[in-house]
Design a protein around this ligand. Structure first.
Ligand code: AMP
Length: 219
């Protein structure tokens, strides 16, 4: 069996992180942990926490480091991640969160942090066309829609535009990325954990590059 891996995928929203995380999680048989999906599921469940998170998410802002760090710490303590590893999608997003992650992973350090690089113009086009299943979070787009209407190929759920994919919220998220998340690239470079991978091309081409980068890193 392919050994597990402890991975982080960084990149601007719309770089294709979600799709590639799903593909890598199948390849290495590791859980895909998306903090955005975890928050959206709390919103759907209508918990107090979900309601507070929804307001922040709809504005395109970030949930506090303390709150999201607690959510991730709890998830990384589960048996599946302890045994096989994981791929983190959407976390860390700030240097404070990266510091929290290194505390959480003491004794089982990350194998690799990958920066998935896609030019800003391509990201803007992808975000405007992105559509997502409300039930299982599979990504589609106006250029690559589900087979029948806007019904998810995977689970039959409704496929919609995300509430935070409005032009105003997209701009706020991209600005936040430059200000809060982009500094993580230098932060992880200094710790010799970072590699950059070209995110342009078909999903299969990008996955092949990502797998080559991860495998090159492991003994
Ligand atoms: P995503 O699906 O990764 O684009 O996340 C959607 C939204 O969830 C973000 O715009 C934030 O409001 C919130 N969120 C997700 N992950 C984080 C995180 N690591 N830190 C703070 N907020 C987050």
């Amino acid at each position: 069996m392919i050994p597990g891996a402890r991975l982080v995928l960084l990149g601007r929203q719309g770089a294709g992180k979600g799709t590639q995380c799903v593909r890598l999680s199948h390849h290495y048989v590791i859980p895909h942990i998306s903090t955005g999906d975890m928050l959206r599921s709390a919103v759907r469940e209508g918990t107090e926490f979900g309601l507070q998170a929804k307001a922040v998410m709809d504005r395109g802002e970030l949930v506090s480091d303390g709150v999201i760090g607690g959510v991730v710490a709890e998830r990384l303590a589960a048996d599946d991640t302890r045994e096989r590893g994981y791929i983190l999608d959407g976390f860390p997003r700030t240097v404070g969160q990266a510091e929290r992650l290194s505390e959480i992973t003491v004794g089982a350090a990350l194998d690799l942090v990958i920066d998935l690089v896609v030019p800003i113009q391509v990201v803007l086009e992808r975000l405007a066309g992105r559509r997502v299943c409300v039930d299982c979070a599979t990504n589609f787009s106006v250029d690559s829609p589900p087979r029948y209407g806007w019904v998810c190929d995977n689970c039959g759920g409704e496929v919609v535009q995300r509430a935070d994919d409005t032009p105003a919220a997209i701009q706020i998220r991209l600005d936040l990325y430059e200000r809060e998340t982009a500094p993580l690239i230098a932060w992880y470079l200094e710790r010799e954990l970072l590699t950059a991978v070209d995110g342009l091309g078909t999903a299969a081409e990008v996955t092949a590059r990502l797998v080559a980068a991860v495998d090159a890193r492991r003994p």
